[in-house]
Design a protein around this ligand. Sequence first.
Ligand SMILES: Nc1ncnc2c1ncn2[C@@H]1O[C@H](COP(=O)(O)OP(=O)(O)O)[C@@H](O)[C@H]1O
Ligand SMILES: [Mg+2]
Length: 246
Amino acid sequence: MAILKLRGVGKNFGALEVLSEIDLDVEKGQITSVIGPNGAGKTTLFNVISGRFPVSSGNILFKERDLGRMKEHEITLAGLARSFQITNIFQNLTVWENVFLAVQTRSPKRMSLFTRFQKLDGVKSQTEGILNRVGLSLWKDTPAGQLSHGDQRHLEIGMTLATGPELLLLDEPTSGMSPAEASQTMDLIKDLAKDVTIFLIEHNMDIVMNVSDHIFVLNFGRKIAEGSPEEIADNQEVCRVYLGGV
Ligand SMILES: Nc1ncnc2c1ncn2[C@@H]1O[C@H](COP(=O)(O)OP(=O)(O)O)[C@@H](O)[C@H]1O
Ligand SMILES: [Mg+2]
């Protein structure tokens, strides 16, 4: 079943057409990736899906609901979360405090059914759970700014889990990482995918080919190919786009 469907999605910034006629389905429970050269429109695709920018044309359906008229926070509450290409953490707060604040401020309204005391307890245990999940429990009292770059990115992924998303959009989670850090992130993404549908923008081809169930290729704002990792590796147009850029 497709948890996310785009039909004829286009996005212009003034006269600049950044996305054109994008049709794509993200299947529930899978890891779906978007690849393409710099400036292809990948981040813009995530910006229109997450409600940061309105689409210029077409429809976006998340769990069969049209996101067209929904605000960014409403989309988050509906179960769609995203991370950013640039980290978004509070450097001077501890790892624990960053996640705790994310849980407290981003949790859906249903939390207000709890009494205040139960609510605090719930926030604490959710914070523990997230730190465990992203492998940062040992660093919980460390100021976030002192973490390695890789761990800061993992912390940010943890913060995106605070809303309990069903679909998680990750924009270049391994950018700036050492190969060892990137390989840890790859394991983390695979582990998260047991519970959350993952939609990933990734430039590291080893990771894309290793984790993805399905891959979309964008070039100049158009979808030029889609398929399994094997199909994409064999696709001549995709090879031309990538080799042409080297
Ligand atoms: N807010 C914006 N206003 C104007 N142009 C933008 C904006 N965001 C992105 N663009 C342009 O859209 C194109 C695609 O950018 P982007 O989606 O960031 O590509 P990618 O993530 O694939 O590298 C680029 O030409 C970029 O300059
Ligand atoms: Mg980008």
